[in-house]
Design a binder for this molecule. Structure first.
Ligand SMILES: Nc1ncnc2c1ncn2[C@@H]1O[C@H](COP(=O)(O)OP(=O)(O)OP(=O)(O)O)[C@@H](O)[C@H]1O
Ligand SMILES: [Mg+2]
Length: 340
Protein backbone atom coordinates (compact mmCIF):
# COMPACT_ATOMS: atom_id res chain seq x y z
CA UNK A 1 0.00 0.00 0.00
CA UNK A 2 1.33 3.42 -0.84
CA UNK A 3 1.75 5.78 2.04
CA UNK A 4 -0.59 8.71 2.12
CA UNK A 5 1.76 11.49 3.01
CA UNK A 6 -1.00 14.01 3.68
CA UNK A 7 -2.19 11.79 6.52
CA UNK A 8 -0.70 12.02 9.98
CA UNK A 9 1.75 9.16 10.50
CA UNK A 10 0.65 6.17 12.55
CA UNK A 11 4.05 5.99 14.21
CA UNK A 12 6.47 8.86 14.47
CA UNK A 13 9.93 8.36 15.88
CA UNK A 14 11.81 11.63 16.37
CA UNK A 15 15.44 11.91 17.37
CA UNK A 16 15.31 8.63 19.27
CA UNK A 17 18.36 7.82 21.34
CA UNK A 18 18.72 4.55 23.18
CA UNK A 19 21.88 4.27 25.20
CA UNK A 20 22.92 1.40 27.46
CA UNK A 21 25.24 2.14 30.32
CA UNK A 22 27.46 -0.92 30.46
CA UNK A 23 29.89 0.36 33.12
CA UNK A 24 30.78 3.66 34.76
CA UNK A 25 33.02 4.59 31.89
CA UNK A 26 31.30 2.89 28.98
CA UNK A 27 27.96 3.55 27.33
CA UNK A 28 26.74 1.74 24.23
CA UNK A 29 24.98 4.16 21.90
CA UNK A 30 22.80 1.49 20.31
CA UNK A 31 20.48 4.02 18.66
CA UNK A 32 21.68 7.57 18.09
CA UNK A 33 19.29 10.26 16.91
CA UNK A 34 17.03 8.20 14.67
CA UNK A 35 13.89 9.68 13.09
CA UNK A 36 11.35 8.04 10.80
CA UNK A 37 7.60 7.72 10.30
CA UNK A 38 5.32 4.86 9.41
CA UNK A 39 1.97 5.61 7.80
CA UNK A 40 -1.21 3.61 8.14
CA UNK A 41 -1.07 0.33 6.24
CA UNK A 42 2.46 0.71 4.88
CA UNK A 43 5.52 -1.47 5.31
CA UNK A 44 8.70 0.20 6.46
CA UNK A 45 11.76 -1.99 6.03
CA UNK A 46 14.55 -1.32 8.50
CA UNK A 47 17.83 -2.80 7.29
CA UNK A 48 21.32 -2.87 8.65
CA UNK A 49 24.02 -5.29 9.63
CA UNK A 50 24.18 -7.14 12.93
CA UNK A 51 24.57 -4.76 15.87
CA UNK A 52 23.33 -1.70 13.98
CA UNK A 53 20.49 -1.17 16.46
CA UNK A 54 17.50 -2.63 14.60
CA UNK A 55 16.08 -4.69 17.47
CA UNK A 56 16.75 -1.87 19.90
CA UNK A 57 14.58 0.46 17.80
CA UNK A 58 11.81 -2.15 17.68
CA UNK A 59 12.00 -2.71 21.40
CA UNK A 60 12.05 1.00 22.16
CA UNK A 61 9.02 1.59 19.94
CA UNK A 62 7.02 -1.11 21.67
CA UNK A 63 8.27 0.35 24.95
CA UNK A 64 10.24 -2.59 26.24
CA UNK A 65 12.85 0.10 26.93
CA UNK A 66 12.60 3.63 28.26
CA UNK A 67 14.12 5.81 25.53
CA UNK A 68 17.19 7.81 26.56
CA UNK A 69 16.04 10.79 24.49
CA UNK A 70 13.69 11.68 21.67
CA UNK A 71 10.01 11.19 21.15
CA UNK A 72 7.79 8.35 19.96
CA UNK A 73 4.18 9.05 19.04
CA UNK A 74 1.66 6.43 18.07
CA UNK A 75 -1.65 7.57 16.61
CA UNK A 76 -0.84 11.04 17.86
CA UNK A 77 -0.32 9.79 21.45
CA UNK A 78 3.03 10.54 23.04
CA UNK A 79 4.24 7.15 24.27
CA UNK A 80 7.71 8.27 25.31
CA UNK A 81 7.00 9.02 28.95
CA UNK A 82 8.50 6.70 31.51
CA UNK A 83 5.22 6.07 33.24
CA UNK A 84 2.45 5.63 30.71
CA UNK A 85 -1.08 5.88 32.02
CA UNK A 86 -3.13 2.71 32.06
CA UNK A 87 -5.28 3.64 29.06
CA UNK A 88 -2.26 4.37 26.86
CA UNK A 89 -0.55 1.18 27.99
CA UNK A 90 -3.61 -0.91 27.18
CA UNK A 91 -4.01 0.70 23.74
CA UNK A 92 -0.34 0.11 23.06
CA UNK A 93 -0.43 -3.54 24.11
CA UNK A 94 -3.43 -4.04 21.88
CA UNK A 95 -2.62 -2.01 18.78
CA UNK A 96 1.10 -2.70 18.52
CA UNK A 97 2.29 -6.27 18.29
CA UNK A 98 5.77 -7.71 17.89
CA UNK A 99 6.86 -10.86 16.11
CA UNK A 100 10.18 -11.97 17.53
CA UNK A 101 13.20 -13.28 15.68
CA UNK A 102 13.43 -16.60 17.47
CA UNK A 103 9.97 -18.18 17.63
CA UNK A 104 11.09 -21.01 19.93
CA UNK A 105 12.36 -18.57 22.55
CA UNK A 106 9.28 -16.37 22.34
CA UNK A 107 6.64 -19.12 22.59
CA UNK A 108 5.93 -20.59 26.01
CA UNK A 109 6.90 -24.28 25.65
CA UNK A 110 4.42 -25.37 28.33
CA UNK A 111 1.40 -23.85 26.65
CA UNK A 112 -0.67 -25.25 23.84
CA UNK A 113 -0.42 -23.20 20.68
CA UNK A 114 -4.12 -22.24 20.83
CA UNK A 115 -3.59 -20.76 24.28
CA UNK A 116 -0.45 -18.94 23.19
CA UNK A 117 -2.40 -17.40 20.33
CA UNK A 118 -5.40 -16.67 22.55
CA UNK A 119 -3.38 -15.04 25.32
CA UNK A 120 -3.87 -11.50 24.00
CA UNK A 121 -7.61 -12.06 23.71
CA UNK A 122 -7.68 -13.37 27.30
CA UNK A 123 -5.74 -10.40 28.66
CA UNK A 124 -7.89 -7.85 26.87
CA UNK A 125 -11.16 -9.78 27.41
CA UNK A 126 -11.82 -9.55 23.69
CA UNK A 127 -14.62 -12.15 23.52
CA UNK A 128 -18.02 -12.75 25.06
CA UNK A 129 -17.88 -16.55 25.22
CA UNK A 130 -15.34 -19.36 25.07
CA UNK A 131 -16.94 -20.50 21.81
CA UNK A 132 -16.24 -17.09 20.27
CA UNK A 133 -12.66 -17.19 21.55
CA UNK A 134 -12.04 -20.62 20.06
CA UNK A 135 -13.61 -19.62 16.76
CA UNK A 136 -11.30 -16.60 16.56
CA UNK A 137 -8.27 -18.81 17.22
CA UNK A 138 -9.33 -21.34 14.60
CA UNK A 139 -9.89 -18.61 12.03
CA UNK A 140 -6.49 -17.07 12.62
CA UNK A 141 -4.76 -20.47 12.44
CA UNK A 142 -6.39 -21.00 9.08
CA UNK A 143 -5.34 -17.55 7.93
CA UNK A 144 -1.67 -18.25 8.62
CA UNK A 145 -1.90 -21.60 6.85
CA UNK A 146 -2.07 -23.94 9.83
CA UNK A 147 -4.77 -26.59 10.26
CA UNK A 148 -7.03 -25.63 13.19
CA UNK A 149 -6.41 -29.09 14.76
CA UNK A 150 -2.78 -28.11 15.29
CA UNK A 151 -3.92 -25.68 17.97
CA UNK A 152 -3.89 -28.39 20.60
CA UNK A 153 -0.20 -29.12 20.07
CA UNK A 154 2.82 -27.63 21.85
CA UNK A 155 5.43 -25.38 20.16
CA UNK A 156 8.13 -28.09 20.08
CA UNK A 157 5.86 -30.21 17.90
CA UNK A 158 6.06 -27.63 15.11
CA UNK A 159 8.68 -26.99 12.44
CA UNK A 160 10.55 -23.67 12.41
CA UNK A 161 8.34 -22.28 9.64
CA UNK A 162 5.18 -23.37 11.42
CA UNK A 163 6.36 -21.82 14.68
CA UNK A 164 6.90 -18.54 12.92
CA UNK A 165 3.35 -18.78 11.61
CA UNK A 166 2.22 -19.21 15.22
CA UNK A 167 4.12 -16.03 16.10
CA UNK A 168 2.38 -14.22 13.26
CA UNK A 169 -1.02 -15.59 14.33
CA UNK A 170 -0.43 -14.42 17.89
CA UNK A 171 0.27 -10.90 16.65
CA UNK A 172 -2.53 -10.86 14.11
CA UNK A 173 -5.33 -12.05 16.35
CA UNK A 174 -5.28 -8.70 18.13
CA UNK A 175 -6.01 -6.95 14.86
CA UNK A 176 -3.16 -4.52 15.53
CA UNK A 177 -2.54 -1.26 13.72
CA UNK A 178 1.21 -1.86 13.70
CA UNK A 179 3.20 -5.08 13.68
CA UNK A 180 6.91 -4.99 14.43
CA UNK A 181 8.48 -8.02 12.78
CA UNK A 182 12.04 -8.37 14.06
CA UNK A 183 13.96 -10.56 11.62
CA UNK A 184 11.00 -12.89 11.68
CA UNK A 185 12.22 -14.85 8.69
CA UNK A 186 15.99 -14.86 9.23
CA UNK A 187 16.05 -18.20 11.02
CA UNK A 188 14.01 -19.92 8.33
CA UNK A 189 14.96 -21.92 5.30
CA UNK A 190 15.07 -19.76 2.15
CA UNK A 191 12.02 -21.40 0.55
CA UNK A 192 10.05 -20.99 3.76
CA UNK A 193 11.20 -17.37 4.03
CA UNK A 194 9.43 -16.57 0.77
CA UNK A 195 6.28 -18.36 1.96
CA UNK A 196 6.18 -16.45 5.23
CA UNK A 197 6.88 -13.10 3.56
CA UNK A 198 4.13 -13.76 1.02
CA UNK A 199 1.80 -14.67 3.83
CA UNK A 200 2.58 -11.43 5.64
CA UNK A 201 2.08 -9.44 2.45
CA UNK A 202 -1.30 -11.04 1.80
CA UNK A 203 -2.48 -10.57 5.35
CA UNK A 204 -1.34 -6.99 5.34
CA UNK A 205 -3.27 -6.25 2.18
CA UNK A 206 -6.33 -7.82 3.71
CA UNK A 207 -6.17 -6.24 7.14
CA UNK A 208 -4.45 -2.93 6.34
CA UNK A 209 -2.09 -3.20 9.28
CA UNK A 210 1.20 -1.28 9.09
CA UNK A 211 4.45 -3.22 9.34
CA UNK A 212 7.88 -2.35 10.65
CA UNK A 213 9.86 -5.08 8.93
CA UNK A 214 13.31 -5.49 10.43
CA UNK A 215 15.89 -7.45 8.44
CA UNK A 216 19.47 -7.54 7.28
CA UNK A 217 18.58 -9.00 3.90
CA UNK A 218 17.92 -6.14 1.51
CA UNK A 219 16.50 -8.35 -1.21
CA UNK A 220 13.63 -9.53 0.99
CA UNK A 221 13.09 -6.00 2.27
CA UNK A 222 12.83 -4.78 -1.32
CA UNK A 223 10.11 -7.28 -2.01
CA UNK A 224 7.92 -6.38 0.94
CA UNK A 225 8.57 -2.70 1.75
CA UNK A 226 6.99 0.54 0.59
CA UNK A 227 9.79 2.51 2.18
CA UNK A 228 13.18 1.56 3.53
CA UNK A 229 15.49 2.91 6.22
CA UNK A 230 19.18 1.98 6.20
CA UNK A 231 20.71 1.77 9.64
CA UNK A 232 24.38 1.55 10.58
CA UNK A 233 26.00 1.88 14.00
CA UNK A 234 22.82 3.30 15.48
CA UNK A 235 22.40 5.98 12.80
CA UNK A 236 19.70 6.05 10.14
CA UNK A 237 21.80 6.88 7.08
CA UNK A 238 19.30 6.89 4.28
CA UNK A 239 15.55 6.58 3.94
CA UNK A 240 13.13 6.68 1.03
CA UNK A 241 10.74 4.61 -1.03
CA UNK A 242 12.05 1.24 -2.15
CA UNK A 243 12.48 2.58 -5.69
CA UNK A 244 14.30 5.68 -4.49
CA UNK A 245 16.74 3.59 -2.47
CA UNK A 246 17.28 0.91 -5.10
CA UNK A 247 17.44 3.19 -8.15
CA UNK A 248 19.49 5.96 -6.64
CA UNK A 249 21.37 4.91 -3.50
CA UNK A 250 23.32 7.91 -2.26
CA UNK A 251 25.13 6.89 0.93
CA UNK A 252 28.25 4.76 0.34
CA UNK A 253 27.02 2.30 2.98
CA UNK A 254 23.71 1.84 1.16
CA UNK A 255 25.62 1.34 -2.06
CA UNK A 256 27.81 -1.27 -0.45
CA UNK A 257 24.73 -3.08 0.91
CA UNK A 258 23.05 -3.02 -2.50
CA UNK A 259 26.16 -4.19 -4.26
CA UNK A 260 26.26 -7.22 -1.96
CA UNK A 261 22.96 -8.58 -3.30
CA UNK A 262 23.65 -11.47 -5.68
CA UNK A 263 22.04 -11.11 -9.10
CA UNK A 264 19.86 -14.04 -10.26
CA UNK A 265 21.22 -13.72 -13.80
CA UNK A 266 24.67 -15.42 -13.92
CA UNK A 267 26.00 -13.04 -16.58
CA UNK A 268 25.05 -9.98 -14.52
CA UNK A 269 26.27 -11.74 -11.36
CA UNK A 270 29.69 -12.28 -12.92
CA UNK A 271 30.02 -8.55 -13.50
CA UNK A 272 28.65 -7.57 -10.09
CA UNK A 273 31.05 -5.57 -7.93
CA UNK A 274 30.73 -6.13 -4.22
CA UNK A 275 31.74 -2.71 -2.90
CA UNK A 276 33.67 -2.55 0.33
CA UNK A 277 32.76 -0.13 3.05
CA UNK A 278 34.79 0.49 6.13
CA UNK A 279 33.45 3.22 8.40
CA UNK A 280 36.76 3.71 10.19
CA UNK A 281 38.69 4.43 6.99
CA UNK A 282 35.86 6.12 5.09
CA UNK A 283 36.46 9.54 6.62
CA UNK A 284 32.74 9.80 7.34
CA UNK A 285 31.59 10.90 10.79
CA UNK A 286 27.97 9.90 11.35
CA UNK A 287 27.68 12.34 14.24
CA UNK A 288 28.26 15.26 11.87
CA UNK A 289 25.56 14.19 9.43
CA UNK A 290 22.29 16.06 9.06
CA UNK A 291 19.28 15.09 7.01
CA UNK A 292 19.53 16.13 3.33
CA UNK A 293 16.66 15.83 0.86
CA UNK A 294 17.63 13.96 -2.30
CA UNK A 295 14.15 14.26 -3.80
CA UNK A 296 10.62 13.02 -3.16
CA UNK A 297 10.71 11.22 0.17
CA UNK A 298 14.38 10.32 -0.18
CA UNK A 299 16.70 11.61 2.56
CA UNK A 300 20.33 10.94 3.31
CA UNK A 301 22.23 11.81 6.46
CA UNK A 302 25.59 13.47 5.77
CA UNK A 303 27.45 16.77 5.76
CA UNK A 304 26.82 19.38 3.03
CA UNK A 305 30.16 18.51 1.49
CA UNK A 306 29.47 14.80 1.41
CA UNK A 307 26.06 15.47 -0.08
CA UNK A 308 27.55 17.39 -2.98
CA UNK A 309 30.09 14.66 -3.61
CA UNK A 310 27.72 11.74 -3.31
CA UNK A 311 24.94 13.12 -5.46
CA UNK A 312 27.30 13.72 -8.36
CA UNK A 313 27.64 10.08 -9.22
CA UNK A 314 26.00 9.45 -12.55
CA UNK A 315 28.78 7.16 -13.58
CA UNK A 316 28.11 4.82 -10.69
CA UNK A 317 25.79 2.45 -12.56
CA UNK A 318 28.16 2.34 -15.46
CA UNK A 319 30.93 1.45 -13.08
CA UNK A 320 28.86 -1.27 -11.44
CA UNK A 321 28.57 -3.18 -14.69
CA UNK A 322 31.85 -2.30 -16.32
CA UNK A 323 34.52 -3.63 -14.03
CA UNK A 324 35.11 -5.22 -10.68
CA UNK A 325 36.55 -3.12 -7.91
CA UNK A 326 36.49 -2.07 -4.30
CA UNK A 327 34.64 0.78 -2.70
CA UNK A 328 37.71 3.02 -2.70
CA UNK A 329 38.25 2.33 -6.38
CA UNK A 330 34.62 3.07 -7.03
CA UNK A 331 34.88 6.23 -5.00
CA UNK A 332 37.81 7.37 -7.10
CA UNK A 333 35.92 6.51 -10.22
CA UNK A 334 32.67 8.23 -9.56
CA UNK A 335 33.63 11.09 -7.31
CA UNK A 336 34.82 14.09 -9.27
CA UNK A 337 38.21 15.40 -8.24
CA UNK A 338 38.42 18.99 -7.01
CA UNK A 339 38.11 21.39 -9.91
CA UNK A 340 36.59 18.84 -12.29
N1 LIG B 1 20.56 -4.40 26.88
C1 LIG B 1 21.68 -4.04 26.30
N2 LIG B 1 22.76 -3.67 27.03
C2 LIG B 1 23.91 -3.28 26.44
N3 LIG B 1 24.11 -3.23 25.12
C3 LIG B 1 23.08 -3.58 24.34
C4 LIG B 1 21.82 -4.02 24.88
N4 LIG B 1 21.00 -4.32 23.85
C5 LIG B 1 21.69 -4.08 22.72
N5 LIG B 1 22.94 -3.65 23.01
C6 LIG B 1 23.99 -3.26 22.04
O1 LIG B 1 23.41 -2.34 21.14
C7 LIG B 1 23.86 -2.57 19.82
C8 LIG B 1 22.67 -2.79 18.92
O2 LIG B 1 22.04 -4.01 19.25
P1 LIG B 1 20.77 -4.56 18.51
O3 LIG B 1 20.38 -5.84 19.14
O4 LIG B 1 19.73 -3.51 18.45
O5 LIG B 1 21.33 -4.82 17.04
P2 LIG B 1 20.63 -5.49 15.79
O6 LIG B 1 20.76 -4.53 14.67
O7 LIG B 1 19.25 -5.92 16.14
O8 LIG B 1 21.56 -6.75 15.51
P3 LIG B 1 21.16 -8.23 15.00
O9 LIG B 1 21.00 -8.12 13.51
O10 LIG B 1 22.37 -9.04 15.36
O11 LIG B 1 19.94 -8.67 15.70
C9 LIG B 1 24.81 -3.75 19.90
O12 LIG B 1 26.11 -3.24 19.93
C10 LIG B 1 24.44 -4.43 21.18
O13 LIG B 1 25.55 -5.07 21.73
MG1 LIG C 1 18.32 -7.82 16.26
Amino acid sequence: MTALKNEAPLLEVSHLKQYFKVSNSFTVKAVDDVSFQIYKGETYGLVGESGSGKSTIGRAVIRLYDPTAGQITFEGMDITKKKLDKGTRTTLRHDMQMIFQDPMASLNPRKKVEDIIGEGLDIHHSYSSMAERNEKIKAILKKVGLAPELGSRYPHQFSGGQRQRVGIARALIMNPKLIIADECISALDVSIQAQVVNLMKDIQEETGTALLFIAHDLSMVKYISDRIGVLHLGHLLETGTTDEIFNNPVHPYTRALLSAIPAPNPIVEKRRIALEYNYKTSGIDYNKGTSHLVGGTHYVSCTDEEFLKWTNTHQFDQFMTSKRGTYSEAQEYYMPKDGE
